[in-house]
Design a protein around this ligand. Structure first.
Ligand SMILES: [Zn+2]
Ligand SMILES: [Zn+2]
Length: 78
């Protein structure tokens, strides 16, 4: 059985996530989020929704992107 790469749990219902050419194995979504979710570079929250990417930097929302980058014209992806 596949083993969760975050907590090491050997769980029969584990699942794979294919991302950017790599395959990750998790036993639950909590572990997948812990491993896969980018961190907002302004408020450090884990980005579980779509988030906002500005010039290679990830933010949880447009307000954080503006606060950190000083960029104007950034809007949340809809
Ligand atoms: Zn796990
Ligand atoms: Zn944020």
């Amino acid at each position: 059985m596949a083993r969760c790469e975050v907590c090491g749990n050997d769980y029969g219902m584990s699942f794979e996530v294919h991302a950017q050419g790599a395959v990750h194995v998790f036993d639950c979504f909590a572990c997948a989020i812990h491993r896969m979710a980018p961190i907002c570079e302004h408020c450090r929250v884990q980005i579980i929704g779509q988030g906002v990417e500005v010039e290679g930097h990830w933010f949880c929302g447009a307000h954080c992107a503006r606060a950190e980058r000083g960029a104007v014209g950034i809007v949340d992806a809809v």
